[in-house]
Ligand binder design. Structure first.
Ligand code: ZN
Length: 394
């Protein structure tokens, strides 16, 4: 929009997102992107949506035709630190089992960076005098993290290999564009909890709670107080959606039903806090960081009727894996690394948040900060464009 060129015309900036995971390709580039590509593990092909383009561009079709994923068939994931250790061997057949295996291993990132290579050349990103944006999201790290946990040798291995594959991507960008013309931002959308069984071994709190243990008591209390019916219609994370038709039929006050449900949830062992949608709508939560994070994560139209926060290190996740999604620091801790000519080198240990990235990038490339952005510009990490000149004081 800021360039003044019509989207899709030769001189217009290009905005491309890519990932093996659909939402990780789509969300970082927003609704105005030229295209986002993700990987279909049923076919082993990169795909997009007709929202962006009517058909795949020739370079994507050519990439798919080369069948790069099939070259991983039968390959073994071994650890860099212990090459004799086989983590898993990928299936030999060119089927979804192979593609799922690639997704859940460091090979997924290799494949993604090969795809990014093709995009850089074919779309001539950064090589046309316009400011382009390429977002590459490494979803295999999330998959390995969920299965093995953050303290595992496998997560360490994929982290080291991700560093190398990013190096491969950056040298390619350097050859094509020159890194002095490029702004690089590396970040993540969440942290993760340690595997509860490991926490226990370490003498720390933590454990698993089933959906039934958490939501069952809400159903029971509402049933005994107001009568038979399916009171909890569905859940998202640890947030239940209550039955409003039933409330209307029984002429109940929804706010009172939500309060009753909240009391029931609060009585469940290892529930730390419960907020009703009424409290969150009115902003009636404490001022501490955890409560403020719950409040910022609440969406009036889409969130459930209660936000239930378990004790730290507790999760609703079947063994053996782990997960993320709480406002606790271990889940909210992300890397945020900037590199480029306008970046002031240094380590900054102050509190920052992921939503500081969009206004910072917008400022660096000289475009308007996105409409709903609530982050701040990370001015401490920016070099000034203006060199102050001494002027005599009169
Ligand atoms: Zn995840």
């Amino acid at each position: 929009m800021s360039s003044g060129f019509l989207k899709g015309t030769p001189d217009a900036p290009r905005v491309l997102g890519m990932s093996l995971k659909d939402r990780s390709a789509i969300l970082p580039t927003g609704r105005g992107a030229d295209a986002s590509y993700w990987w279909d593990t049923k076919t082993g092909n990169f795909v997009t949506s007709t929202y962006y383009v009517r058909e795949l561009p020739p370079w994507v079709r050519a990439f798919n035709d080369r069948k790069a994923p099939d070259t991983y068939a039968g390959r073994t994931w071994t650890l860099l630190a212990r090459p004799e250790t086989s983590v898993r061997q990928l299936p030999a057949d060119h089927t979804q089992a192979l593609y799922d295996g690639i997704y859940g291993s460091p090979f997924g990132n290799d494949l993604l960076v090969s795809f990014a290579d093709s995009a850089l050349t074919a779309e001539r990103l950064g090589q046309r005098g316009a400011t382009d944006l390429l977002s590459v999201s490494f979803s295999s790290n999330d998959s390995v993290g969920h299965t093995r946990g953050p303290d595992s040798a496998e997560v360490r291995d994929i982290a080291v290999k991700t560093d190398r594959v990013i190096g491969r991507l950056l040298s390619r960008v350097d050859r094509l564009v020159g890194l002095q013309h490029v702004l690089v931002a590396l970040t993540a959308d969440h942290g993760v909890a340690p595997v509860p069984e490991l926490s226990k071994e370490r003498g720390l709190p933590g454990g698993r709670i089933t959906s039934n243990d958490l939501f069952g008591p809400i159903q029971q209390v509402l049933e005994s107080k107001y009568g038979q019916g399916k009171w909890v219609l569905s859940t998202a994370g640890s947030s239940p959606y209550l039955n409003y038709e039933l409330m209307a039929k029984l002429r109940l006050d929804p706010a009172e039903v939500r309060r009753t449900a909240a009391d029931a949830a609060a009585a469940v062992p290892h529930v730390a806090r419960v907020y009703t949608r009424d409290q969150l709508q009115r902003g009636e939560v404490s001022t501490d960081r955890i409560a403020q994070r719950v409040l910022r994560g609440f969406n009036e139209q889409r969130s459930g009727d209660l936000e239930i926060l378990l004790d730290p290190y507790w999760m609703r996740q079947v063994p053996p894996g782990t997960t993320h999604g709480t406002p606790y620091n271990y889940d909210a801790h992300i890397p945020l690394i900037l590199m480029g000519a306008r970046i002031k080198p240094g380590e900054y240990s102050d509190h920052v948040a992921l939503n500081d990235l969009a206004p910072t990038i917008a400022t660096l490339v000289g475009v308007e900060i996105p409409a709903g952005s609530s982050g701040r510009v990370l001015t401490e990490a920016l070099r000034s464009l203006v060199t102050p000149t001494a002027r005599p004081v009169r």
